[in-house]
Design a protein around this ligand. Structure first.
Ligand code: DP6
Length: 326
């Protein structure tokens, strides 16, 4: 009743920001992402009759109560599926900063879903795992798959069709992603809270939802034809639209810091000099730069001297979730 799984983070090129159902965590729109090779979560889940409660060890230390409760509630879904009444010990490690806008909940819940499923021998298919991962975090549904991935918002009330699927495997288009860490601090407003506040208060929320189909179509076309400029332009526009939307909530949500904004201008200025680089940002202050394979060294060298950058990581398209011993 013990299993270890590894899942990789992903970044959305067309973003999910809003839910059609908060209880089952059903997204209001589709999204498209790229799974990242070098950012991952490795999680071990052990169910045991010896335990008197669920425990969560995160990056080597007991996690704080709120996180443990979220994991415990999440494990109830698996206990129900397997008809068992056992508590679990969950041990999870991220190889990147937690909660700073690097989609740690995506890799965390994808790894947790796969490890819990394996530990209880549920033998769920990847699609079913994606559905289960979504219950933990919407973006986690995408991290079940590698490469370029699309999340379907689904239409059914039970959420069985709100699952991700792979558009193309990792080898199809080895894009590079450079991540600039602008601060190590945790984000002040979590994604769930941020998107719910946006849906309730932003005057632009309905327009955001309406414009999603166009962005998805255009992104799918860019990917099908490996048109990097198109992919970059849609990613940037969709990212700015999402952040503009979040800023239009009441009170407005500002995920960026000064360095985030400096980097956006610098990336646009690189482009004016003929260097193929586009940015995207999730619910945090870190800037991710997309570029075709072979360009990350040059871009990193051009930008690394900007004062205040804490860390730079370079990665590429990565694999889907794996369960050890399977
Ligand atoms: C900005 O998946 O963290 O990264 O489903 O409430 O857990 P919950 O939200 P989460 O939100 C991700 C938001 C985003 C965009 C994206 O990844 O699509």
């Amino acid at each position: 009743m013990k299993r270890t799984a590894t899942a990789h983070a992903n970044i959305a090129l067309v973003k999910y920001w809003g839910k059609r159902d908060t209880r089952l965590n059903l997204p209001a729109t589709g999204s498209i992402s790229i799974t990242l090779k070098d950012l991952f979560t490795r999680t071990t889940v052990e169910f045991s009759p010896r335990l008197e409660g669920d425990t969560l060890i995160l990056n080597g230390s007991p996690s704080h109560h709120e996180k443990e409760k979220r994991v415990s509630r999440y494990l109830d879904i698996f206990r129900q599926c397997a008809r068992v009444d056992l508590f679990a010990r969950v041990e999870s490690e991220n190889n990147f900063p937690t909660g700073a806008g690097l989609a740690s909940s995506a890799s965390a819940f994808a790894a947790l879903a796969a490890a819990a499923d394996g530990a209880l021998n549920l033998q769920s298919s990847p699609t079913k795992l994606s559905e289960l991962a979504r219950r933990g975090s919407g973006s986690a549904a995408r991290s079940i798959f590698g490469g370029l991935v699309e999340m379907n918002p689904g239409q059914k009330n039970d959420g069985s069709d709100a699952v991700a699927s792979q558009l193309y495997p990792p080898g199809y288009w080895p894009l590079e992603v450079i991540i600039f860490i602008t601060t190590q601090f945790q984000k002040p407003v979590g994604s769930t809270q941020g998107m719910n506040l946006t849906a309730e208060t932003s005057p632009y929320y309905n327009d955001w939802i309406r414009s999603n189909a166009h962005d998805l179509d255009a992104m799918r076309r860019a990917i099908d034809t490996k048109d990097f400029q198109q992919l970059g332009e849609i990613s940037e526009a969709n990212c700015l639209k999402m952040h503009g939307l979040a800023m239009s909530a009441n009170p407005g949500i500002i995920y960026w810091n000064g360095l985030t904004v400096t980097l956006l201008h610098e990336i646009r200025s690189l482009r004016k000099r003929g260097i193929p680089a586009y940015f995207t940002i999730d619910a945090g202050p870190q800037v991710k730069v997309l570029c075709p394979s072979g360009n990350s060294g040059k871009i990193k060298d051009e930008l690394r001297h900007i004062p205040g950058i804490k860390q730079v990581m370079v990665t590429t398209t990565g694999p889907g979730v794996t369960i050890e011993g399977e």
